[in-house]
Design a protein around this ligand. Structure first.
Ligand code: NG1
Ligand code: MG
Length: 522
């Protein structure tokens, strides 16, 4: 039985500095002559093995932190008029310097200017919110301390490996530690909850998968991340197979998916579609969605519908589904039947009028409640397809979890690779066909990988470009080199004829699960 645990301890690790740490310290000293950093704040990127576009519907996901990360070398400057100086090893991001307002509430992020310092300011904002909320008596009217920061990240940007979240979590952790001292113990849960809303400041209504993974990552462990009944991140090891290792290969399409610019027709539109789908299903089944205060748009989501449906139609059941895997599989299968009955009537999509009618409200009320919260553009709302993806993907996550954690059922390595791989391939098909968040480059990479030794290939992260993840037998007689060679020859060299060896090197990542956010005391 899968008992969720939550190691809510601090992020301080032994002062064993990695090579990357040594180089960021050296670069700090070159950038800020005569100064040395007080500490390094690190947060890793993450790959989502399965469970795509379901975290903002509060369904559990199966990610792992990887060994590409964002490192911030930080020096605290105590002084009268505190300022922040940001330097980035990546020449695309020029140095930024800005004064800190005496009152942290005056820090603002302008989402219309997509400058890299915006993500720093998101971290500064949520860090300040945390300081006020948790330490008001000690912090109430104290200004934030000034910082000199050198940023060195190797999470490819816009690649679906959560570079933005790795940066923001590293910043938030740095701001809290800089202001409360390195010995202040910050629980992982607090750091996650503080950072989940950070990217909302730049206009993305994301879920909490990235933050939970970057903070809770554990070496050699994948994570089962649950958002309800409450946030839990439970590490678990890959199954011990007989002659191979379980290896996930990450291949970046190098098509940068900028969620902030395409949100109105991509990411943020999906967020609206799945919330509308939940409310249409609720109205058609005559159940009220009793959602929590943190529910998106102040309307219930698909998980709220699942709970409300069972509360009304199966009152004798043992209460809301609380992460019991087998019970969850049963309920999600039931939801897929309800999707057919309630949304299958409009497989070509719902117009605004049809949706208002299905919700039992006027066109004006529908528009005001759902269509004006974030900018979106659409012809029809594909409620059937999006809801079918979400419930089927949430179901695949639980099936994958059983495969990963109930080893006894497997007696041949291939059995694991075939069954787990099949779930990943079904996920890719659902993302492409039902959620329409794939791209020709993703489809191409997946085909090549599956033809050359991968058992399961799919997009990871938001999609529409970004990265792909592949289940490949690892170890001495595995297929990792075969998959890499095929991708280089048949995808990268064809799609990008003048790609350099360095770019190729960072395009394919073969990573072991890495530890989560941490502070290196110097
Ligand atoms: P990426 O593409 O890694 O930023 C985004 C969301 C996640 C999740 C995935 C899709 C942000 C910050 N994160 O991940 O919450 O919804 O897409 O599963 O937008
Ligand atoms: Mg991101």
């Amino acid at each position: 039985m899968f008992v969720p645990t939550f190691t809510a301890n601090s992020q301080d690790v032994p002062t064993v500095l990695t090579k990357k740490c040594a180089s960021v310290i050296e670069r700090f000293r070159q950038t800020y002559p005569g100064h040395s950093p007080d500490f390094i704040s690190r947060s890793p990127g993450r790959v989502n093995v399965i469970g795509e576009h379901i975290d903002y519907s509060d369904f559990s996901v199966l990610p792992l932190a990887i060994d590409v990360d964002m490192l911030l070398a930080v020096r605290v400057i105590d002084g009268k008029n505190p300022s922040i100086t940001l330097t980035n090893v990546d020449p695309r991001f020029a140095q930024r310097k800005f004064d800190l307002p005496l009152n942290g509430d005056d820090i603002s992020v302008d989402p219309s200017v997509s400058d890299w310092s915006n993500y720093f300011k998101c971290g500064l904002l949520v860090g300040h919110n945390y300081l006020k909320k948790n330490w008001h008596e000690k912090f109430a009217n104290r200004p934030l301390v000034g910082l000199e920061v050198f940023c060195q990240g190797d999470v490819p940007v816009g690649s679906g490996l959560s570079s933005s979240t790795a940066f923001i979590c590293a910043v938030t952790l740095a701001v809290i530690k800089a202001n409360l001292g390195l010995d202040f113990q910050l629980s992982k849960r607090d750091l996650i909850e503080a950072t989940i809303i950070a990217e909302h400041y730049v206009g993305v209504n994301n879920g909490g998968m990235d933050q939970a993974t970057t903070v809770c990552g554990e070496e050699d462990n994948a994570l089962f991340v649950q958002f309800k009944p409450e946030l839990e991140a439970t590490p678990f090891k890959f199954p011990e197979l007989k002659t191979h290792e379980v290896q996930f290969v990450i291949a970046n399409t190098l098509v940068v998916a900028n969620k902030y610019e395409t949100g109105p027709v991509h990411y943020n539109l999906r967020v609206v579609e799945v919330i509308v789908a939940a409310n249409v299903m609720a109205n058609k089944c005559g159940v009220a969605l009793n959602y929590g205060p943190d529910s998106g748009f102040e309307k219930g989501n698909l998980r709220d519908f699942l709970n409300a449906y069972y509360h009304v139609y199966c009152p004798d059941d043992n209460g809301p589904w609380n992460g019991n895997v087998n019970e969850g599989i049963k309920r999600l299968a039931k939801m897929l039947e309800i999707v057919e009955q309630t949304l299958g009537t409009h497989k070509e999509g719902f117009s605004v009028d049809e949706t208002a009618q299905a919700l039992g409200c006027s066109r004006e009320e529908f528009t005001r409640t759902y269509l004006t919260v974030v900018p979106i553009r659409f012809q029809v709302l594909k409620l059937y397809q999006r809801a079918k993806h979400v419930f089927s993907e949430a179901l695949r996550v639980l099936q994958a979890l059983k495969l990963m954690t109930e080893r006894s059922t497997l007696n041949r390595d291939e059995e694991f690779f075939e069954e787990f791989g099949a779930l990943m391939n079904q996920s890719q098909n659902s993302c492409a066909e039902l959620y329409e968040c794939s791209s020709p480059e993703i489809d191409n990479i997946c085909r090549i990988a599956l033809d050359n030794g991968s058992y399961g290939s799919r997009l990871t992260g938001a999609g529409w470009g970004g990265a792909t993840v592949h289940l490949v037998p690892g170890g001495p007689n595995g297929n990792v080199e075969q998959v890499k060679t095929a991708l280089i020859e048949q995808y990268y060299k064809k799609q990008y004829p003048d790609i350099t060896a360095a770019e190729l090197d960072s395009a394919i990542i073969v990573s072991k699960p890495a530890p989560g956010s941490c502070i290196y005391k110097l």
